[in-house]
Design a binder for this molecule. Structure first.
Ligand SMILES: C[S@@+](CC[C@H](N)C(=O)[O-])C[C@H]1O[C@@H](n2cnc3c(N)ncnc32)[C@H](O)[C@@H]1O
Length: 320
């Protein structure tokens, strides 16, 4: 099978030799100028994560790393394996997997956000890891041949707005007998509830066109994600063909980020909403958010508690 690479050119994937595949695409890794169209859901997500990439690494890394450590253990990642990390972001799970597969293995992180991948690539370069690659790619349309990976993992990165497509793609690219393991939060963090409350109070009614498009895309995304609530995930995995399903829930407690940094992070994420507000409204929005973030910190003794659910499943091996 020949596929066109997002950065231009084509590569033949009619085999399961993932190392050869990477030799061919190496020039493209970390150098892609490709952008997902802002008008698609993946494009909106990509631009959101592009904006917050550096702050994400500072504020979320501890939480992500704790979940990733659990994920790669549950997935049974081991020496010499080829591993795909979906929605790799700044690479938390990919780095955890790279340590386990060692120099004979290969880990590939894919994501739609160039900003997140740039942070991941910089970290990999500074650690001189040669068994780790990051590629810009949509989880619902993977550009790998079938049976390419021993394990597919995703730490909080499975696109729930494209859940069925992403799971089908994970199944296709897994070798028979391979494992698929992913993690998802069981609910939103309290700060996000506060943000949506405060936004609904201060957001402008007459939005400029770019903001209107974003609001429409947001609504569309929520509609798509609502088709696959967490309670439906196991059923989807089975319907796609996965077997030997297991799930477990894990509680993670990390320090709540300082309120001023958290507020800046939330504003960066909601940049279009914030920029559209008049100056005085911006001040009120910041004040109310800051007060709520401080209340949350006080109420939780500065600790952020999150619950993460893990799913593990196998692509059947007809020979066993
Ligand atoms: C919450 S972050 C998780 C990042 C990372 N796995 C971690 O543990 O910190 C979700 C990531 O999924 C990526 N993502 C969302 N939709 C995607 C899609 N359709 N294909 C690939 N990546 C996607 C986002 O760009 C973002 O980097």
């Amino acid at each position: 099978m020949t596929v066109n690479l997002p950065g231009g050119g084509a590569v033949n994937l009619g085999h399961c030799d993932i190392k050869a595949h990477y030799t061919q695409v190496r020039g493209f890794v970390g150098e892609s100028k490709m952008r997902f169209s802002e008008r698609t859901l993946a494009g909106m997500i990509a631009s959101d994560f592009d904006r917050i990439a550096n702050q994400y690494e500072r504020l979320q890394a501890t939480l992500s790393d704790r979940a990733s450590a659990r994920l790669v253990g549950f997935a049974g990642v081991s020496e010499g394996q080829t591993v795909l990390d979906i929605g790799t972001g700044t690479g938390s799970a990919a780095f955890a997997a790279a340590r386990l597969v060692g120099p004979r293995g290969l880990v590939t992180g894919i994501d739609v956000s160039n900003g997140m991948l740039s942070v991941a690539s910089r970290k990999a370069a500074s650690q001189e890891l040669s068994n780790l690659r990051f590629i810009m790619m949509d989880a619902s349309l993977l550009e790998f041949g079938g049976c390419s990976f021993d394990v597919v993992i995703s730490n909080l990165g499975i696109p729930t707005y494209r859940f069925h497509d992403a799971v089908s793609e994970a199944f296709r690219v897994l070798k028979t007998g391979g494992s698929f393991c992913f993690a998802e939060f069981t609910g939103l963090p309290p700060a996000w509830f506060s943000l949506s409350k405060v936004l609904s109070k201060f957001a402008v009614k007459r939005a400029p066109p770019e903001l209107q498009r974003r609001r429409q895309a947001r609504a569309q995304m929520a509609k798509e994600a609502a088709k696959f609530p967490l309670s439906s995930f196991s059923g989807v995995l089975k319907s796609v063909g996965f077997v030997h399903l297991q799930t477990s829930v894990y509680g993670i407690t990390v320090p709540q980020p300082p309120s001023n940094l958290y507020l800046r992070y939330l504003i960066t994420r909601e940049r279009l909403e914030y920029d559209a507000m008049p100056k005085e409204t911006k001040r009120q929005f910041r004040e109310e958010m800051m007060r709520r973030l401080e209340d949350l910190r006080g109420g939780s003794s500065g600790k952020l508690e999150r619950r993460v659910r893990f799913w593990l499943a196998q692509r059947p091996n007809p020979e066993s």
